[in-house]
Design a protein around this ligand. Structure first.
Ligand SMILES: Nc1ncnc2c1ncn2[C@@H]1O[C@H](COP(=O)(O)OP(=O)(O)OP(=O)(O)O)[C@@H](O)[C@H]1O
Ligand SMILES: [Mg+2]
Length: 580
């Protein structure tokens, strides 16, 4: 698992290596200082070596301190470079990978959770790497070296110190075990809170429209309280380590002073050595604590590592087809055929077929409409054509070839699609339209917006095509947005144009204008539209009625009006609406 994450250190290996090396240099300097103090006391003062000796030693100490500080600062710098670089690589890796995800993959993770993983989880891992590069080298190295130096000063005293270290390590270890679990819970609650916030903010308009703020506030409060409780439980235990550590340290100092004092009295130990010893004790015990802390930090980020690897390990369930067979692709004509196609949402659905045994044909250049109640599977049906999802039975064919046999780009390249929940990106209108065709000329742009009946309103903006669209397209109306999305899809001059309920917010006259453009300027394009209004579909070459999960009728407006009860019913209800 770590291997998969470690490769994101690429390009920052040098910084990652320099961090620990400089830390070791820093530790060596820190270990030397007490020894020099000991010399000043024992040789300079007790041994009457004179002022020059003391000043010399002092000067060396200053030099070592400066070196130590320099190493510390540089270690921090390189650890930051390495960890930030690692974070950036990892985020990019995740982002690139998620771009390959199919709709079903995104359904499974949910956008909110992917955002948390790419931001929060990466941040936690990044901090751990930063800590790790410094603390995880520093603490064990300091611990071992200080014990060795102490041992060389006085073996007996060191043995006593080792006992204290073991007692302290065990008690802090136990504490960490308890807290580790609590921190894992804390992290989960944090995820819960993030998910709640993200879901709310993404859908804030819906929340307001349905006056669900109180409900959402309640949901937020529950998630927030859960996080607070988990935090208090974890932190109220973790703070115990401070007193434990102080107690152990003071006990050790008292013991060392007592035994060492006796040694000094009896002449077996020098005063300077004793003073050095006392300094080492705090360094050693501090290291034990830091080891424990970093272990805990690592357990915390283990959860993040797992969640990240889960994303990285996801193989997009819709892969390119066909390329390996080297087969020549059929010319784009806009012929669509469903052959006994069935479909259900595998990852997120109820397990029931949303579409079962659907068969129909749309000839090149035809204008075909799909009509039916909400939730019967109209969007699911058209999503199968560009392979946003794959059929679970039967087949969908584009220009005579199974869609699964196409390279994805080639398949989607011949389809212009206006999704039901269409989206504009932040940027100018022009930039948004160019998504349809990157190298479109000005004339083509103008033609497309004229065809989509968007010309007039775009030109009524002072900046025309260069009007800036805010994120999510909030500064254009629903109907304007739909027309921009239609223009974007038309610009492509695709073989097949799919409009999923894309004229619902457009008035009938404008809609008729758009239909007119299909006839005049996109004669060769097959148009497949989903609509709710009879007026939108009545001129279609063919109308397909979808009911529940199957086709309940197929024919022209006039035919269906005579023979199809469902169509008659829809017609009746809409006529009544008009009459009122
Ligand atoms: N991503 C999904 N995961 C699981 N189930 C889904 C998903 N999308 C749609 N469904 C379910 O599949 C069924 C068909 O949905 P679909 O969106 O195709 O209906 P629709 O005919 O387009 O409806 P509408 O007219 O409201 O747009 C619904 O019961 C819906 O709950
Ligand atoms: Mg739909």
């Amino acid at each position: 698992m770590f291997k998969k994450i470690a490769k994101f250190m690429k390009g920052y290996e040098l910084a990652a290596a320099l961090g620990p090396i400089l830390v070791i240099l820093e530790v060596i300097c820190e270990l030397l200082l007490p020894l020099l103090v000991a010399r000043i006391i024992d040789i300079g003062i007790e041994g009457n070596a004179g002022m020059t000796y003391i000043l010399e030693m002092g000067a060396i100490m200053v030099a070592i301190s400066i070196l130590s500080m320099f190493s510390g600062v540089m270690a921090a710098k390189y650890a930051s470079i390495a960890s930030q670089g690692f974070g950036a690589n990892l985020r990019k890796g995740l982002f690139d990978h998620v771009q390959e995800f199919s709709f079903a993959d995104i359904d499974r993770f949910s956008s909110a959770s992917l955002i948390t993983r790419m931001t929060n989880d990466v941040n936690t891992m990044q901090t751990t790497v930063n800590m790790g590069l410094r603390v995880i080298t520093r603490a064990p190295f300091m611990l071992i070296s200080a014990v060795i130096v102490c041992f060389s000063l006085n073996a007996q005293l060191t043995l006593m110190l080792v006992v204290v270290i073991v007692v302290m390590a065990v008690s802090i270890g136990l504490l960490m075990k308890v807290c580790g679990k609590l921190f894992t819970i804390f992290q989960q609650k944090m995820d819960g809170l993030n998910d709640t916030i993200q879901e709310n903010l993404i859908a804030i308009r819906v929340v307001k429209a349905f006056v669900r703020s109180d409900y959402e506030k309640g949901k937020f409060k529950r998630a927030n309280d859960a996080l607070t409780d988990a935090g208090i439980r974890a932190v109220s235990r973790i703070i115990l380590q401070q007193p434990i550590m102080m107690l152990a340290m003071n006990a050790a100092i008292v013991g060392v002073l007592w035994m060492g004092g006796n040694g000094v009295m009896s002449g077996t130990m020098a005063v300077g050595d004793l003073s050095a010893f006392v300094t080492y004790i705090s360094q050693i015990l501090m290291s034990v604590m830091m080891v424990a802390m970093s272990l805990m930090m690592m357990t915390r980020s283990m959860a993040c590592v797992r969640r990240t690897v889960e994303v990285l390990d996801t193989v997009p369930d819709i892969a390119n087809g066909g390329e390996s067979q080297g087969r020549e692709l059929p010319a784009p004509r806009g012929l669509v055929e469903f052959r006994d196609a069935s479909f259900k949402y595998l990852a997120t659905g109820t397990g029931d077929d949303v579409l079962s045994h659907i068969s129909f044909r749309v000839e090149p250049g035809q204008f075909v409409a799909v009509i039916g109640g909400t939730g019967v599977g109209k969007s699911s049906l058209v999503n199968l054509i560009p392979r946003f999802y794959d059929v679970t039975g039967g087949a969908v064919l584009m220009d005579g070839l199974d869609v699964r046999q196409y390279p994805l780009e080639a398949l989607r390249g011949r389809i212009g699609m206006v999704l039901q929940n269409n989206i504009l990106f932040s940027g100018t209108i022009r930039e948004n339209l160019l998504w349809g065709k990157e190298d479109a000329t000005e004339d083509e742009l103008i033609q497309a917006i004229r065809d989509a009946q968007a010309y007039d309103f775009i030109m009524s903006f002072p900046e025309g095509l260069d009007t800036y669209i805010d994120q999510g397209g909030v500064n254009v109306s629903g109907g304007q947005k739909q027309r921009l999305c239609i223009a974007r899809a038309m610009l492509r001059k695709p073989a097949l144009l799919i409009l999923d309920d894309s004229t619902s917010a457009v008035d009938s006259a404008t809609e008729a204008g758009i239909r007119e453009s299909f006839r005049n300027h996109l004669k060769d394009t097959t148009v497949l539209i989903i609509a709710q209004r009879i007026s939108s579909v009545q001129y279609a070459d063919k109308i397909i009625i979808l009911d529940d999960d199957h086709i309940a009728g197929e024919g022209t407006h006039d035919e269906l009006l005579v023979e199809n009860p469902i169509y008659q019913e829809i017609y009746q209800s809409q006529q009544e609406g008009v009459a009122q």
